[in-house]
Write a protein that binds this ligand. Structure first.
Ligand SMILES: *[C@@H]1O[C@H](CO)[C@@H](O)[C@H](O)[C@H]1NC(C)=O
Ligand SMILES: *[C@@H]1O[C@H](CO)[C@@H](O)[C@H](O)[C@H]1NC(C)=O
Ligand SMILES: *[C@@H]1O[C@H](CO)[C@@H](O)[C@H](O)[C@H]1NC(C)=O
Ligand SMILES: [Fe+2]
Length: 491
């Protein structure tokens, strides 16, 4: 245990100027040492070396991207939460030849699709690519914890589209989230997706960089379509909560494409208005026992910008009685010790870390770096350009930071970590994989990361998270005290 503190202490010594600073640091450090008693800090860098599968995109004519048979049959079906509280779902799909029907038929049994909703379609061009008809349809007033079946298309335009069912929508406590980032569309991506489907997760928290279409000539929009068909196997049956990454920006001035996030915004709907956000790129949803805040690493977030104002509002609105768990999603990681993209999350850290600590965020999930890493609970909120306290310190109120940018895209792995492993880093490994977070009740969550070991499903890193709000000592003491008070009052 003490190794980390001593190391940090050295850093402080070399950074601090003047006796006052030194004494203050000593004081802070003795406090930190006291706090450290139940934290076992010892970073681990996995020595696992994977043999790389080819990191190339699966060819268009492969069965993984198969276009459904029949004229104008809906494809690329996916769903996401449609409101703040999980009583609505947005169903999206694409038709190629003509707009077709905008209607979704749904019901609680496969025998009775006796409810219906009317959606709208959008289409766009990107340089010389012309999209199909992208439909979005909101199903609202759904009951929690109820399974719905849905069917797309009616009338004579669409034939025999199979039923897809919605996952249970839950406001009860227990839920299992999958966390996937930087997926792309290679054989490694497929392996991640298949493994996730084996983990029996109920909702995906997607941390940005979807199709990697922008890695192809003229940001080939057909790669957005093939990606939609790839993920349908999961995304048509359970909500995927979307975060944007740098590969969604698609600013191509050389092609005359000056608007940003064009394909993403047309294809992937988010329920941003339900949380009073002014942009589909940042928003919040409450799902089961979690309040999930989605941030955009590639939109303005400094003080006074809409994202900054919105986040401040949203954090004040979190009700830990209703949603004990508070989860933040970003694309660029805030704490990560990989050589790739090092410090790219630093500007967001400077803007938001203090709030993450103040509001006791449980976990921040990010992608971007194509490797896996989990941090200890640390913060660097005392850093200032003049203080010199630039090294993060253990902080029980801070979130755990997890990077899961290892979905398996065509760029391959980020296999160079900075050495030695910084004290804030608990576990790191450059392999493809995904994470699962299971919220058991309001105090405990089980977390693990599953490696794709050349196609095999290998649970590798795991941790138990104690809720930052409900499991803290002061909270427990307060509860006990209140309990005693109410007992005394009653008798
Ligand atoms: C729809 O079907 C269900 C049975 O699955 C039934 O309970 C419900 O009353 C029906 N609703 C309408 C509006 O007909
Ligand atoms: C969208 O679809 C309509 C109807 O087919 C068509 O007239 C219009 O040109 C399309 N717009 C774009 C931007 O492709
Ligand atoms: C919460 O879940 C954990 C892990 O399963 C269990 O040990 C604990 O007793 C549970 N707490 C309550 C209040 O049920
Ligand atoms: Fe990225």
């Amino acid at each position: 245990m003490p190794t980390v503190s001593f190391y940090n202490f050295r850093v402080f010594l070399s950074k601090s100027t003047g006796m006052c600073g030194l004494l203050f640091n000593l004081f802070v450090w003795s406090l930190c040492l006291l706090c450290l008693v139940d934290l076992a800090l010892a970073g681990f860098t996995s020595s696992f070396i994977r043999s790389e599968w080819p990191s190339i995109d699966i060819p268009f004519d492969s069965p993984e991207f198969a276009v459904p048979d029949g004229y104008n049959v809906p494809q690329q079906v996916h769903i996401t939460q449609g409101d703040y509280d999980g009583k609505a779902v947005i169903v999206s799909w694409v038709t190629i030849s003509e707009p077709g029907s905008n209607v979704v038929l749904y019901g609680k049994s496969k025998e009775a699709y006796n409810l219906s909703a009317q959606g709208k379609f959008k289409n766009y061009t990107f340089y010389n690519y012309r999209s199909g008809y992208i439909h979005h349809c909101l199903l609202s007033e759904l009951e929690h914890n109820t399974k719905y079946y849905y069917k797309i298309g009616t009338g004579n335009l669409l034939e025999n589209f199979g039923s897809k069912h919605l996952l249970r929508l839950m406001q009860m406590h227990h839920i299992r989230f999958g966390i996937i980032g930087d997926l792309g569309q290679t054989y490694n991506s497929l392996s991640t997706l298949e493994h996730y489907m084996k983990s029996s997760g109920q909702t995906v928290l997607f941390v940005g960089d979807l199709s990697y279409a922008d890695k192809h000539k003229d940001n080939d929009g057909n790669r957005w379509d093939s990606w939609g068909r790839l993920i349908e196997r999961s995304a048509a049956y359970q909500p995927w909560i979307w975060t944007v990454g740098n590969h969604e920006i698609e600013y191509r001035y050389d092609l005359g494409e000056l608007s940003t996030f064009k394909a993403f915004c047309h294809r992937y709907a988010t329920p941003y208005a339900a949380s009073q956000s002014s942009s589909p790129l940042w928003y919040a949803v409450r799902r089961a026992s979690a309040h999930i805040i989605v941030l955009s690493s590639y939109s303005p977030f400094v003080k006074y910008t809409p994202q900054w104002l919105w986040l401040r509002k949203e954090l004040h609105q979190v009700d830990r009685e209703k949603t004990p768990w508070l989860i933040v999603l970003t694309h660029a990681p805030i704490y990560n010790s990989n050589d790739a993209h090092y410090m790219e999350g630093e500007s967001m850290r400077a803007a938001f870390e203090r709030w993450f600590v103040q509001f006791k965020v449980d976990v921040v999930f990010s992608g971007h770096v194509h490797a896996y890493e989990r941090s200890y609970r640390i913060s660097n909120i005392n850093y200032g350009i003049t203080s010199g306290n630039c090294y993060p310190v253990p902080d029980k109120s801070a979130p755990v930071y997890i990077t899961v940018g290892d979905g398996g895209n065509l760029e391959g792995l980020a296999s160079r970590f900075l050495e030695p492993q910084p004290e804030y880093s608990a576990f790191r490994e450059a392999s493809y994989g995904h994470s699962v977070l299971e919220l058991k009740n309001r105090t405990h969550a089980f977390y693990h990361w599953i490696r794709n070991d050349d196609g095999k499903f290998v649970p590798t890193d795991h941790a138990i998270f104690h809720n930052q709000y409900w499991a803290s000592n002061t909270r427990r003491r307060l509860k006990k005290h209140q309990h005693l008070v109410s007992l005394t009052a009653a008798y």
